[in-house]
Ligand binder design. Structure first.
Ligand code: F6P
Length: 545
């Protein structure tokens, strides 16, 4: 098979790897300006990558690599509506959803008037529900909203709704995604159909999990209040308006979006309806404005002062040049607890590819494994491996300078002390000599110290990036998410892949369709592979079938 060649700039970077600081303590000691040189600020947002093993030359080489990959041209192609998602023949214009006073032309037509029209309709609907003017079928106020969706029709809304809890003044928000009946069962169990609104959110309106859960919810509404109540208790969000109509949701409760909005980029569209219901239209507009602000920064800031570009370059450095297989995202911000899950789809569905846009095998590693949990909880779980494991896993820390809980300022200070301590510990480590000295000071014998000290050594020189912001408000959350969206784009350009399709999720879906009758016992499992057949047989045995 034809191989794609490695870009010359990458060879230079690999060559340079041996020259970058190997001892980060020494690098900081030698250069008092290291933090200033390797951090960038835009408004309240600061990114510090000075604890990563790079030097000015590495950054210059990375910038050269980005230029050689035509990052600026690709960015312009995306923002101007070129069909860069060529495997699905689609433009990639989620940025238009937050460019409300601009004009974005696609196929000779400005898309912004349509974007504004849907936003206005969402706002009118949200205002009605939130004020209590729009009631349920029995005349009661809607107190709970259940969003049924999966992947991009779930992860963004869940993550953003949790993140913005201090701004909630609307109905309670619930999210059902899993085909596992336990999810919808446990969610609906505590709710009253008379006061519940169900939003069916699916770009394609064909996703089996969502349609199945929507049918279950429909039965729940009908069982509670009769067929006539469906109208007043359902809304839908989709690009497939014909399919929604067939499901029986009335047209004035259907909010559309467009095929140029990828699922994992859709929370800015009508998919954001549950967020808007929870925090209100004005806060939702702030959220969009924050994202638009990041878009403007992304298109105009010089590459090495550009937050998403720097994040992408450092991501590429770690993944391709240093060959680290994973990255951990650790928000020291409890309300961002679903950010890692959201980023898993954003990043891994986008850049988990092994074929380049030329259709050739990728010549370098592509997207890393992305995972994480909030700090400080993670410290008491997997940080052991981050500090002393045999793999180096770069960490991205996020933290707000201020929490929302003014009366709990001391707890916020403790939180910040912890995030700073972790990045410092990863970078500095602890030598054998330091470990020994500490133990001897504590009165341990030489023999004890000889035995235990090696276990107390931290290699240090473990890279981390810290993202700081003032406070997690809607505007800031918009900026942060757009920052990550563009970072994924930048890395995709450097890997040379199409970040906007997701063919890798198809095969499992197809096989599941074929396996349902086998699980149900309507078809024989004998034609499957021996493992699958054996597993099916055991399921049937356990169920006494
Ligand atoms: O299975 C992957 C996927 O296609 C995602 O890309 C998408 O976000 C999700 O399924 C849900 O799709 P839909 O919104 O069409 O139901």
């Amino acid at each position: 098979m034809v191989e794609q060649t490695v870009p010359a700039a990458l060879s230079a970077l690999r060559e340079h790897l041996k020259n970058v600081p190997q001892d980060m303590r020494a690098a900081f000691a030698a250069d008092p300006a290291r933090f200033e040189t390797f951090s960038v600020r835009d408004g309240d947002l600061l990114i510090d990558w000075s604890k990563c093993a790079v030097d000015a030359k590495a950054m210059a080489l990375l910038e050269g690599l980005a230029k050689a990959a035509d990052l600026e041209g690709r960015r312009e192609a995306m923002m101007s509506g070129k069909r860069i998602n060529f495997t699905e023949d689609r433009a990639v214009l989620h940025t238009a959803l937050r460019n409300l006073s601009g004009d974005v032309v696609l196929d000779g037509q400005d898309v912004i008037p349509d974007v504004r029209a849907v936003l206005d309709a969402m706002e009118a609907f949200a205002d009605g529900i939130r004020s209590g003017e729009t009631k349920g079928a029995t005349g009661k106020r809607i107190t709970d909203v259940v969003n049924i969706g999966i992947g991009g029709s779930d992860l963004g809304p869940v993550m953003a709704t949790l993140s913005l809890a201090p701004y909630h003044d609307g109905p309670r928000a619930h999210f059902v995604s899993n085909i596992d009946g336990a999810h919808i069962h446990d969610t609906l169990e505590g709710l009253d159909p008379e006061t519940t609104l169900v939003i069916v959110a699916s770009k394609t309106f064909t996703t089996v999990e969502t349609i199945t859960n929507a049918e279950t919810a429909r039965r729940w509404i009908v069982d509670g209040m009769g067929e006539g109540a469906v109208d007043k208790h359902f809304a839908a969000v989709s690009t497939a308006l014909d399919k929604v109509a067939k499901f029986g949701i009335s047209a004035d409760r259907v909010f559309g979006f467009w095929d140029w909005v990828g699922g994992r980029y859709s929370l800015w569209s009508a998919i954001g309806l549950p967020i808007m219901l929870a925090i209100g239209p004005r806060n939702f507009r702030d959220f969009l404005a924050g994202a638009h602000d990041m878009d403007s920064h992304f298109v105009s800031a010089p590459l090495l002062k550009n937050l998403p570009v720097v994040m992408g370059l450092i991501g590429y450095w770690h993944r391709v040049v240093c060959a680290y297989p994973a990255r951990a995202v650790i928000p020291y911000d409890q309300r961002l607890s679903r950010l890692p899950a959201y980023l898993q789809q954003l990043d891994m569905e986008s850049n988990g590819k092994s074929v380049t846009i030329e259709g050739l095998p990728a010549p370098t590693p592509t997207g890393p494994l992305v995972w994480g949990e909030p700090g400080t909880n993670g410290q008491h779980a997997f940080f052991q491996l981050l500090h002393q494991g045999t793999d180096i896993i770069p960490v991205e820390f996020l933290a707000a300078a201020q929490g929302h809980e003014a009366s709990l300022g001391h707890q916020h200070d403790l939180l910040l002390a912890n995030v700073l301590a972790q990045s410092e510990a990863l970078m500095k480590g602890r030598t054998l000599e330091e470990a020994r000295r500490q133990m001897l000071t504590k009165g341990m014998t030489e023999a004890e110290v000889d035995k235990i000290a090696p276990h107390r050594v931290f290699s240090g020189n473990r890279p981390s990036v810290t993202i700081l912001y003032r406070t997690l408000d809607p505007y800031t959350l918009g900026r942060l998410i757009a920052l990550y969206e563009h970072r994924v784009f930048v890395e995709g350009v450097l890997y040379g892949v199409n970040s906007f399709d997701q063919w890798g999720v198809e095969l499992g879906k197809e096989l599941a369709t074929g396996l349902l009758p086998v699980v149900e016992g309507k078809e024989d499992a004998a034609s499957r592979d021996a493992s699958t057949a054996g597993l099916v047989a055991h399921i049937h045995r356990l169920r006494g079938e």
